[in-house]
Write a protein that binds this ligand. Structure first.
Ligand SMILES: Cc1cc2nc3c(=O)[nH]c(=O)nc-3n(C[C@H](O)[C@H](O)[C@H](O)COP(=O)(O)O)c2cc1C
Length: 232
């Protein structure tokens, strides 16, 4: 009988603590085709696991298909995230691979090469509905977040901050759209919205409230997680 890795229990416990309320952002690092590093903040959108494999959890987040990180993730699917939970004074650093789920019609900077790894392969074999989840995640977010995907391409240079005043601040779900403009904004956003599924293979957990401080490393070996106590 397989069970969830201890790092996942530690992370979900930390996320549930009142002192960590709202701390759902982590930093995601990727490297580009030249090996240069890039890092940015992204919002956690939940955990996923293949059916019957609680030992193989993934983290889900979202991005805009037009952002530079997409080309980086396509060039090199290896990523690292770091999550500092200031309330409980814990750091979780997870490294692994990412599966990008773009809109099916998206023009990508380079073709998607199949990332092969245990959890992602299992989800594929189980018929996981990647595109359905993408649309559900797009629909499930609040209108102000949806609006972020209906703007011009992120990173484009504009003449003044005021130009942003003409962009929608909220985009309702298609069924709630009041006019054609809101329907177009909904569709525009859906054409830019992508999911990222990170499959960790190594986790480094630091607990600074413990005296002495604690550091624990988890390394996935086959389907099992080996655990080591390390010098903080
Ligand atoms: C608090 C916060 C949360 C953010 N959440 C996300 C997110 O969930 N997804 C995302 O793609 N960008 C998010 N961003 C913006 C990114 O940090 C980054 O600026 C943007 O995605 C462009 O990244 P890139 O140029 O490396 O592709 C967030 C920024 C902040 C400050």
């Amino acid at each position: 009988m397989v069970s969830a890795p201890r790092w996942l229990a530690a992370l979900t416990t930390a996320l549930g603590l009142p002192e960590n309320k709202g701390q759902i952002m982590y930093q995601l690092a990727s490297v580009d085709a030249n090996g240069n590093p890039h890092v940015r903040t992204v919002g956690h959108r939940g955990f996923v696991e293949p059916e019957g494999s609680p030992n193989l959890p993934l983290l889900m987040s979202a991005t805009d298909i037009r952002t530079p990180k997409v080309a980086q993730l396509l060039a090199n699917s290896t990523v690292e995230i770091v999550w500092w939970l200031s309330g409980s004074m814990e750091q979780f650093r997870l490294s692994g691979v990412v599966r990008l789920v773009p809109p099916p019609e998206a023009q990508l900077p380079s073709p998607i090469t199949k990332v092969s790894s245990l959890a992602i392969d299992k989800l594929d074999a189980q018929g996981f509905e990647w595109e359905k989840k993408r649309v559900e995640a797009y629909d499930g977010q609040p209108p102000f977040l949806r609006a972020g995907f209906a703007r011009p391409p992120p990173g484009n240079i504009i003449e003044s901050y005021d130009i942003g005043k003409s962009w929608p601040g909220a985009v309702p779900k298609f069924a709630d759209a009041q006019n054609e403009e809101e329907k177009h904004a909904y569709e525009r956003g859906l054409h830019s919205f992508a999911l990222m599924y990170i499959e960790p293979v190594e986790v480094d957990w630091i607990q600074l409230k413990e005296r002495p401080n604690r550091r624990t490393k988890f390394i996935r070996k086959g389907e099992d997680w080996a655990e080591y106590i390390a010098v903080p």
